[in-house]
Design a protein around this ligand. Structure first.
Ligand SMILES: NC(=O)c1ccc[n+]([C@@H]2O[C@H](COP(=O)([O-])OP(=O)(O)OC[C@H]3O[C@@H](n4cnc5c(N)ncnc54)[C@H](OP(=O)(O)O)[C@@H]3O)[C@@H](O)[C@H]2O)c1
Length: 312
């Protein structure tokens, strides 16, 4: 099986190693034939990638004619490009797509899935929500139930900051500590204002609740107005402030909320993520890491394994 990869950064490199090391044990014969970055097209030369030629990812698609397209490029929330065009073209040719990139799906979920369905192709996107912790793939396994509501802690950076604030730090000190420990980016805006969690919630709402929504339908606010006074006030009531993404029952929003110890999300601290799924028959909670290159690569690789080696 030939694969073409868009993006070759932290996740791309970890994924290429996972594919090489784990595929044989799983009976998968797959090789990344080429990767495309802003520097152009790089072809696989003895399992290494070197800048070869200028060219776009659509040119690489024609050149390699892959069986599978993998997107591990940076998110572009302006228009989802060049990933969006790559997905639409690949899927229309019946080529499966697996992605860790949230932007194209948060902006155009219905359109992408309609092209996939029309052409009998599949789209894997486990890594877009909670990375390698099977959130999307848990929902895939729960398809027999009717999902009524989903709630989640979908952003590790903000959960870490709120956890440290609960332990006494003020917002700025907690943010700086998160940056020092590599949990927050130098520009943390998309995390702390709730945007990143909103993008993930959009994907979840489309997939689990069949709501044809896009990012602009999500009401979101972040954690910037959480103060030590508010954290202490919640603690006096035995509660914690958490940034909760919530979809279902007419709601589609990301906002802070005071939650009590009976809530399964109360105990989810640090960079850990969680998803609480309510269906017509049960409530299921999954807790696990939500970021990191290896976790994200594992999410993408899990999709590939399920797609080609799924047992039923
Ligand atoms: N890291 C995580 O913990 C994590 C977790 C879950 C999901 N993800 C998602 O996974 C994706 C990759 O993350 P990462 O950490 O590997 O990022 P990264 O290290 O910054 O790598 C991004 C790659 O995308 C390429 N790229 C960016 N814009 C491009 C364009 N217009 N055309 C072609 N290539 C382009 C970059 O190429 P250049 O080198 O030429 O700039 C680079 O190779 C992102 O969408 C991210 O949100 C990451």
């Amino acid at each position: 099986m030939k694969a073409l990869m868009l993006g070759y950064g932290n996740v791309g490199k970890a994924l290429n190693s996972l594919i090489r090391e784990r595929s044989p044990k799983l009976g998968l014969d797959i090789k990344v034939e080429g990767v495309v970055t802003r520097r152009g097209i790089m072809l696989n030369q003895r399992e290494d990638f070197h800048p070869d030629k200028e060219g776009t990812v659509l040119e690489a698609l024609d050149l390699i004619n892959p069986d599978l397209v993998i997107d591990v490029s940076s998110a572009n929330y302006e228009d989802g490009e060049p990933s969006l065009s790559l997905y639409l073209e690949s899927l229309s040719r019946g080529i499966n797509v697996v992605t860790a990139n949230k932007a194209p799906l948060a902006l155009n979920f219905s359109r992408i899935m309609a092209v996939a369905e029309k052409n009998g192709a599949k789209v894997g996107f486990q890594a877009t929500v909670m990375s390698g912790t099977p959130s999307i793939n848990l929902l895939r396994a729960m398809r027999a139930a009717e999902v009524r509501k989903i709630r989640g802690i979908l952003n590790g950076t903000t959960n870490y900051i709120l956890t440290r604030m609960n332990e006494g730090l003020d917002y700025l000190s907690a943010l700086k500590e998160a940056q020092r420990r590599g949990y927050a980016e130098t520009d943390p805006e998309h995390d702390v204002n709730g945007f990143d969690a909103a993008a993930k919630l959009t994907i979840l709402a489309n997939f689990a609740l069949k709501k044809p929504v896009t990012l602009k339908d999500v009401e979101f606010s972040g954690i910037k107005d959480v103060t030590q006074d508010k954290v202490k006030e919640a603690a006096r009531k035995g509660k914690k402030i958490k940034l909760i993404a919530n979809a279902g029952e007419g709601s589609l929003r990301v906002m802070t909320s005071e939650i009590s110890p009976e809530d399964p999300l109360y105990h989810v601290d640090g960079v850990t993520n969680a998803l609480d799924v309510h269906t017509d028959v049960q409530e299921v909670v999954i807790i696990g890491p939500g970021a990191g290159p290896l976790n994200a690569a594992f999410g993408v690789f899990s999709d590939i394994v399920l797609m080609y080696k799924g047992t039923f």
